[in-house]
Design a protein around this ligand. Structure first.
Ligand SMILES: *Cc1c(COP(=O)(O)O)cnc(C)c1O
Length: 383
């Protein structure tokens, strides 16, 4: 059955981004590909095997259910999976059984993991997350002093896979001091653990923004989400990267395109309203095209009367309210528009391009949100 839209992923663009990341990131530092939120909307099922074919052998997800998706999608049984956030205690034995590593940031999870390891004889692979200022998850200084004896007593049940933290706002230079303090605290706590002979296989602290801004913190692994998909974590980080570079060309390429097609074309007379309610009044005789995409497909209602899409190489406005399953676009200026014409919601058409953020002159932070809202059920195609 045909879908009302489909998402295309470009292999070439991904290879380009990986080449860039590998040249930028310290030699010997491993890249963990962050694929939470259905691979930032790109689709875990298709994205994971493509990334594996380009040498990625480590994936990070937020929760156990996402880990299961990666486990099913991976083509190489040696590909590693790491859970950074939620795992219900009932699912911990599944994770341990499948050699999936996970962050620990509170005592209950550590104790439960030790219990499971004791009863199954299979070591739990843990990443000790340190609280350094994000104030989300992680052991603080006081808790670490209590964690040390617990780990020492259970060495045979735990694989200390990692020692990690997450920076609070590395995408903004205004947070410079806070991030510096986090770096200092991470190093101090890592030293304290080392004094007690708790030495992780890998240290990892950097997300995309921190990987660009803090090259001295690349350590053994970086956790790269948004950059690998060809988006900058913020405008500031992009400027920071370009500063002092002779070559000012954009090193990244977007993987994703999102395409639909015209369902019908109609004329609207001057003085008529378009769509539900009275938000759009035709100021002249118009021609509009109906596109079978609405907010149920991830095209936000807030883009009503403000969004833009591409058709036949032109950028045209959304008129009226975005409905659950449809929206109208103004094609009055275009001579030949007909049923079946391709409509680009994200990506290129002819010489024009629509990035996710320019959905509606929105801020870059919204890239994350708009991408992850793309429904799983839209078919993904790799080309
Ligand atoms: C989401 C996340 C990342 C990746 O963030 P990007 O900005 O997309 O690179 C890294 N680490 C943790 C703990 C995360 O939650």
């Amino acid at each position: 059955m045909n879908s009302t839209s489909y998402i295309e992923l470009s292999r070439e663009a991904y290879q380009n981004n990986l080449d860039f990341l590998r040249s930028y990131i310290k030699k010997g530092t491993r890249i963990s590909s962050v694929v939470k939120g259905n691979a930032y909307g790109h689709g875990i099922d298709d994205f994971v095997p493509m990334a594996e074919s380009m040498g990625i052998d480590h994936f990070s997800v937020n929760s156990a259910d996402e880990a299961l998706e990666v486990l099913k999608a991976r083509t190489n049984p040696k590909t590693e999976i790491m859970i950074m956030g939620f795992i219900a205690n009932e699912d911990l034995s599944w994770a341990i059984e499948n050699e999936i590593s996970f962050f620990v940031f509170e005592f209950d999870r550590v104790r439960t993991a030790i219990e499971i390891a004791r009863s199954t004889g299979k070591k739990a692979r843990i990443h000790i997350e340190l609280e350094t200022g994000m104030n989300r998850t992680g052991f603080d200084q006081e808790e670490i002093t209590r964690l040390i004896p617990l780990i020492k007593e259970n060495r045979d049940k735990l694989e200390i896979e990692g020692l990690c933290t997450h920076y609070a706002g590395a995408e903004s230079i205004a947070n410079y001091l806070r991030v510096e303090e986090q770096k200092r605290d991470f190093k101090q706590m890592a030293e304290l653990l080392a004094e007690h002979d708790i030495i992780p296989k890998m240290k990892h602290t950097c997300c995309s923004a921190a990987s660009i801004r803090l090259p001295d913190m690349h350590e053994d692994m970086v956790r790269i989400g948004i950059l690998q998909y060809g988006f900058w974590p913020s405008r500031e980080i992009f400027i920071e990267y370009l500063k002092g570079k002779k070559d000012k060309t954009e090193p990244l390429r977007r993987l994703i395109s999102w395409k639909s097609s015209v369902m019908s074309v109609k004329k609207v007379e001057m003085g008529e309203f378009v769509g539900y309610g009275t938000t759009y009044l035709a100021q002249r005789d118009m021609k509009i095209a109906i596109v079978p995409i609405g907010y149920s497909h991830g095209f936000s209602r807030s883009l009503s009367n403000t969004g833009r899409v591409l058709i036949n190489g032109f950028r045209v406005p959304v008129v009226g309210m975005v409905n659950m399953n449809n929206m109208a676009i103004d094609v009055s200026e275009l001579e030949q528009v007909k049923k079946g014409d391709e409509v680009t919601l994200i990506g290129k058409s002819g010489d024009v391009e629509i990035s996710v953020a320019s959905f509606g002159e929105l801020s870059d932070q919204l890239n994350y949100e708009l991408l992850t809202r793309l429904p799983t059920k839209i078919p993904r195609i790799i080309n």
